[in-house]
Design a binder for this molecule. Structure first.
Ligand SMILES: *[C@@H]1O[C@H](CO)[C@@H](O)[C@H](O)[C@H]1NC(C)=O
Ligand SMILES: *[C@@H]1O[C@H](CO)[C@@H](O)[C@H](O)[C@H]1NC(C)=O
Length: 351
């Protein structure tokens, strides 16, 4: 009886295995062959996320802290009041981006850069013809206190504006690559009353966010206008980048496995988009689930940022996340994964 039932069990398992769908080759489940180091390794020391945003019509920097290690659940710090109020330029900052220190500054220096634009004091037309040609910079050594406000001019008088600066540490260069969006007027049109170039992404290098190399084009898809570039490093020479097509009003992604100045391809083809009617993409890796990332997309005509997620970043596949715990009316900013030291320090100072 026992023998028979054992045989019966074996037979059932064999039948089950045969009738089950053909299992995928083992390599396709072993992400180490597919995904670079950074993307596949969740980091147990990271226990939450810090978000920096501007709100609706309020051009200051507002901080939000994740509720525990939930990547799409946030609470306002400082009782919903700004953490940084700009005092220079237009006295308004949009698009605040937290920059993680690299090289000697890794783990001990952070910057926030942002657009110098208080739209309440101007018009969208004037803001693009004769807007600020500087970027706001603040520094911190603890993510809690932000000092040394400055407004650094990065373009010459032919530029109509400098929008949505961000920066990424370029380990190969040993400097920060800073980028932003500008359009340009011919020198024969010093008052910028005529037709400009398409908006393109510009870049410069800096070691200190005080002096910058001469700016150059980074992405020029003329006649298409491009703004709001954001990088997601995936380890080694692999990067995802996200940007807004300001002509079609869509956000799309491109992938490079050959570095920041390598070959970028648009997964899904040249017309593939993630979402239309959005801007200000802000991407961050999940702290807990290897290979997963989040992407905030600013529904600028509606209720601001909504979270999207992907477990196929290089395939460019993004879907809307559950946003029941995600605050509304957060506008173009950025998210930084942080550890327990910073979670408690930020709560203690601004909670
Ligand atoms: C958090 O990161 C900082 C900077 O790298 C480090 O000094 C600190 O020890 C870390 N804290 C924890 C709990 O890992
Ligand atoms: C630019 O504007 C100034 C001041 O309004 C004016 O004097 C000048 O003639 C203008 N230049 C051109 C090339 O239109």
């Amino acid at each position: 009886m026992r023998t028979l039932s054992s045989l019966g069990l074996l037979f059932s398992i064999a039948t089950l295995l045969e009738s089950a769908p053909t299992p995928l080759p083992i390599q396709s489940l072993d992400f180490s062959n597919v995904l670079p180091e950074h993307a596949r390794r969740a980091d147990p020391s990271l226990t939450g996320y810090l978000g920096a945003f501007f709100l609706g019509d309020k051009p200051s920097v507002y901080f939000y802290l994740s509720n525990g290690n939930n990547a799409v659940s946030f609470t306002a710090l400082n009782k919903g009041n700004p953490v940084i109020n700009p005092t220079k330029g237009t006295q308004g900052v949009r698009d605040p981006a937290i920059v993680t220190g690299g090289g000697d500054e890794a783990g001990r220096k952070w910057y926030i850069v942002g657009t110098d634009l208080n739209i309440g004091k101007t018009t969208w037309d004037a803001a693009q013809r004769t807007g600020s040609r500087g970027i706001f910079v603040w520094e911190s050594t603890d993510l809690v206190n932000w000092n040394n406000e400055r407004l650094v001019q990065v373009e010459d008088a032919t530029a109509g504006m400098v929008w949505a600066p961000e920066a990424i540490w370029d380990a190969e260069k040993g400097q920060y690559l800073v980028h932003w969006a500008s359009k340009f007027y011919p020198t024969s049109d010093p008052n910028h009353t005529g037709s400009p170039s398409a908006i393109r992404i510009r870049y410069a290098y800096t070691k200190d966010f005080k002096t910058f190399s001469a700016p150059q084009d980074y992405i020029n898809k003329s006649p298409t206008n491009i703004i709001d570039l954001d990088f997601l490093p995936l380890g080694g020479k692999t990067y995802a980048r996200f940007m807004k097509d300001e002509t079609a009003k869509t956000v799309f992604t491109e992938i490079s496995t050959t570095g920041l100045f390598g070959t970028w391809t648009r997964p899904g083809g040249s017309n593939a988009i993630i979402q239309s009617g959005v801007e200000g993409p802000a991407a961050y890796l999940d702290n807990q689930q290897a290979g997963k990332a989040h992407l905030l997309l600013d529904f600028y005509g509606s209720d601001g940022y909504r979270p999207y997620e992907s477990t196929d970043i290089q395939g460019g596949k993004w879907t809307a996340s559950d946003r029941a715990s995600f605050p509304t009316n957060l506008r173009h900013g950025s998210i930084l994964p942080i550890n327990a030291t910073f979670m408690s320090a930020l709560s203690a100072k601004w909670g």
